[in-house]
Design a protein around this ligand. Structure first.
Ligand SMILES: NC(=O)c1ccc[n+]([C@@H]2O[C@H](COP(=O)([O-])OP(=O)(O)OC[C@H]3O[C@@H](n4cnc5c(N)ncnc54)[C@H](OP(=O)(O)O)[C@@H]3O)[C@@H](O)[C@H]2O)c1
Length: 259
């Protein structure tokens, strides 16, 4: 019996991905920090869709988090054929508004843990005739974003890593996909502490987490390399590529009240 492991499954896009997969009768392993939310979601989805669910509350910012997840999987003998690296967050504002450790912790959650999970999970994923890795990236990966500099850089890393890994694994049973949402109506903006102006801009173009999850899961099962969700976000990435970089960066700095 195989499972999909989803990080950041307690809320937002990760929760919506869990719901989407459960509706397709896929068993779930849910990981995040919020114990109560995970327990509720696991119970609800298990009952509603008749799938097996289990959860692990762990802080992916802790250096032992990947080992904790792998030990949990091995001790329970879970077979995993889908890995969804979704957990992530941003810290908005000036670079020097946050300590070096705060930046490092975010980079651990956004980059180090997903890379480590991909590496540790490979032997498990290889045991299935078909397996998938879905990395949730961001439209911020397509440009530098003053006011979210480290976050955007972490997502650019994940985009490049995902494409490289996909190529390396192209002749294997493991399909690797990057999905980049734009502004999505989740707890992300609150945790990132974005200001009023950025919130208002986001509200105009926000997608729902359910719409993002639906597109992400479809892209994963279709074996796509890379998907930016929604037309506006696709157009944004295209213009960020087309226009002079300084212009694009100035526009972002304006949104994040840096100028
Ligand atoms: N919302 C957007 O506008 C947007 C746009 C582009 C990309 N994304 C990306 O989409 C992904 C999901 O974000 P979201 O929008 O759904 O945000 P969210 O509602 O804040 O959810 C984030 C999820 O990650 C988990 N998480 C955060 N820090 C964690 C940690 N240290 N350890 C374990 N779990 C942790 C949270 O669970 P706990 O709090 O329970 O730990 C939660 O389940 C992220 O990678 C984000 O970068 C979001």
């Amino acid at each position: 019996m195989s499972y999909a492991l989803i990080t950041g499954a307690s809320k937002g896009i990760g929760k919506a991905i869990a719901e989407t997969l459960a509706a397709q009768k896929i068993n779930l392993l849910l990981v995040a920090r919020s114990e109560e939310l995970l327990e509720q979601l696991a119970d609800n989805l298990g009952r509603q869709h008749q799938v097996k669910t289990a959860w692990l509350a762990t802080d992916l910012g802790d250096s032992g988090a990947t080992s904790a997840i792998m030990n949990w999987i091995r001790e329970n003998g879970y077979e995993v054929n889908i890995l969804v690296n979704n957990a992530g967050y941003g810290l908005s504002g000036r670079f020097d508004a946050y300590s070096a450790e705060a930046h490092a912790e975010m980079m651990r959650v956004n980059m180090t843990v997903p890379v480590m999970l991909c590496r540790e999970m490979l032997p498990l994923l290889q045991q299935h005739s078909q397996a998938y890795i879905l990395n949730i990236v961001s439209s911020a990966a397509y440009q530098a974003v003053p006011g979210l500099s480290v976050y955007a850089a972490s997502k650019a890393f994940m985009l490049r890593f995902t494409r490289g890994l996909r190529y390396e694994l192209r002749k294997t049973n493991i399909s690797v996909t990057a999905v980049s949402p734009g502004s999505t109506d989740t707890g992300f903006a609150h945790r990132a502490q974005v200001g009023e102006k950025a919130l208002k801009t986001a509200e105009k173009v926000n997608m729902t987490p359910e719409a993002v999850a639906k597109q992400a899961v479809a892209a994963m099962f279709a074996g796509k390399t890379e998907l930016i969700t929604g037309f506006i976000n696709k157009a944004g990435a295209f213009f960020a590529w087309l226009l002079p970089k300084k212009l694009v960066e100035k526009a972002s700095a304006g949104i994040y009240d840096l100028d």
